[in-house]
Design a protein around this ligand. Sequence first.
Ligand code: ADP
Ligand code: ZN
Length: 523
Amino acid sequence: MSSELSARALHLLQTVFGYPAFRGQQADIVEHVGSGGDALVLMPTGGGKSLCYQIPALLRDGVGVVVSPLIALMQDQVDALAEVGVRAAFLNSTQTFEESMRIERLVRTGEIDLVYVAPERLLTPRCLELFEASRIALFAIDEAHCVSQWGHDFRPEYIRLSILHERFPDVPRIALTATADQQTRAEIAMRLQLEDARQFVSSFDRPNIRYLVVEKTNGRKQLIDFITSEHAGDCGIVYCLSRKKVEETAEFLCEHGIRALPYHAGMEHPVRAANQARFLREENIVMVATIAFGMGIDKPDVRFVAHLDLPKSIEGYYQETGRAGRDGLPATAWMAYGLQDVVLQRRMIDESEADENFKRVLSTKLDAMLGLCETLHCRRTRLLSYFGETSGPCGNCDTCLLPPVSFDGTVPVQKLLSTIYRVDQRFAAGHVIDVLRGVEGERIKQWHHDSLSVFGIGADRSEQEWRAILRQAIALGLVTVDHEQFSSLKLTEAARPVLKGGQKVQLRQYQKPVKQKKPSSTR
Ligand code: ADP
Ligand code: ZN
């Protein structure tokens, strides 16, 4: 029986969607859900999640209901399905009452294959009653990580989706997400009552993406160098943290002959939509954007994704960089990162309205991100291990291509820690580094810091080197930045054994960036 089902599934794939074969775990998932099983699917962006519910919905009697938080994309999805002859529609707040009446009628009479609904809409009594009165093939819960309270896309309505299991016990459910560490995965299963569902976890590796992280000295200038030397004329995305920086960076790129457009949520809707349309349509646009840009964007030939600011978490980094190279051809994920990023991200957490518990979660996620930036080992290995996968050195990231030199940094770190201690943990990075390097200055004199025993003990290193050491000390959790007190540096408990000499610290030696040679085959 199941082989008959697989044959029908393959037939639909080929005749309706026009693809010769299933990819990865698609065939297994389609068969499992098609024959009535529940599933939790973890598959990277671009992996082909949509077919995992679209084909089972066609295989089974009744209407497939797709719960998605991305109202803005529903029209596109419905249009794409209409193009291949699948009868799809959506129910959301953007349509008129008459229009939704019409769709509801189609659902009730089964004259439709798939209906997309926003979670808040689905949870209305009217909608639940409609589905109870109709024949439902399956429920697909897209972007299922939105159920996680600790995630950055938390949607309270998602938690209430457990109602589907209670009210429709016989309808198979498939939850899908591209981003979930072990903990989030467990939370999805628990909250959506999918503990007994079969889990399909695909590899998160994107072998065609080359990961590069450079030490930030002059971010924009480094970005220009990166684009012109490695991706001239290519299509790419540049992520910045703030709207202001998005606009400034786009302008700066344009001044340097790069066809850049800005995109952020504060722009007028028509302008934003026009920029997005140009990015999708034209060949060599560089979109400079906040993370508001990209969810659901399916442009296969994005050749690079650049981060001018540190992402908040590895999930975010993975999702954003994952928009590069969906066509499978070589692409680059480039990031410039510096001490200021660490300080800023920590401050954003400290100053956020979140409760202590949540701040701790954010802080742990940031630490994992910093660990990825400062690692001495393969970045891909580190990235994949975050998602629970083990792998060897990849040969396609900066640490593999140009292995970082590490050194015993115990002594310089001790110098740094004792200087922070000697200035009573009341001064920020700039001042501490000046004391270390023995720089005479007004403020140093005013506080008599030139008479401290630590004054000038770090004169053998440049300011840049000290910044790198401090950044790593922060990443290692030896030092924190206190934002309530003028960003002053403070020692943590973990600093004690290092200061006392019982614990050694291995640091990364930052090298002058070496230009990578462009492969001769590209245009
Ligand atoms: P996701 O939702 O996981 O990000 P999509 O479902 O949007 O991914 O699919 C990504 C792209 O891969 C789409 O362009 C889709 O048409 C294509 N695709 C999916 N499955 C297959 C397949 N079996 N063969 C060829 N292309 C596929
Ligand atoms: Zn590597």
